[in-house]
Design a protein around this ligand. Sequence first.
Ligand code: HEC
Length: 176
Amino acid sequence: MTSHKTARRAGALLGVLLAFASGVANAAIPASSKAVKDDGGKYFDAKGDPTYKISPDGKVDWYTFSGFRRYNGTCDVCHGPDGAGSSFGPDLTDALKSLSYSDFLGIVSGGKQDVNTAQTLVMPAFGTNKNVMCYIDDIYIYLRARSDGALGRGRPQSHEDKSKEATDFENSCMGP
Ligand code: HEC
C-alpha cells in the first residue's frame, strides 16, 4: 500500500464531492442561453428572453436563486425536486430543451391536459395565482439553468443580492 496513491485517490474523491456539493455542472452552456443584457440584475439572451448568469465559482444571479425557491413549494409537488420529474409530472429539465419561453408562459398560465384511455395527466392553470405568475420569469430562469446543465441539483450556494428593480417589481405585481 503506497501512501501517495491513497492520498491521490482521496484527493480525487474530495474533488468529486466538492463539485457535487457546490452544485456546479461542467457542461458547456449553449450560446443561445448566454446573457447579453443586464437590466437591474436580471439577464436576457440575444433574443430578449430571460436567462441566468452563473459565475465560475457557482454564484448565481438573484432570479435563478429566487426561481429555485419558488419552484420548490409549488411545482416540485408534481415535477419532483430540482425539476427532475416524478410519477405525477414530466421532467422539466428535459421539457425545456424544446419549449420556448412563450410556450412555457402559455402552459404555466393556461395549463395542459393529456387525457387518454391509459392515463389522465393534468397540469393545472396558474394564470390567476400571483405567487406563481409574479415569479414566472424567476422559475423559467432557474429551470433554464437546470435544463442547460449550468446548475446542478439542490440549493445554489451563493447568489447575487436582490436588486431594487426586483423588489419594486415584486411589490407592484403582488399588490397591497
Ligand atoms: C398537480 C401537479 C402539477 C403541478 C403542481 C405542476 N405541474 Fe406542470 N405538469 C403537470 C403534468 C401532469 C404535466 C403534463 C401534462 C400533459 O402532458 O399534458 C405538466 C406539464 C408541464 C409543462 C409542459 C411540459 C412539456 O413537456 O410540454 C410545463 C412547462 C410545466 N408543467 C411547468 C410547471 C411549473 C413551472 C409548475 C409550478 C408553477 C408546475 N408545472 C406545476 C403537473 C403539474
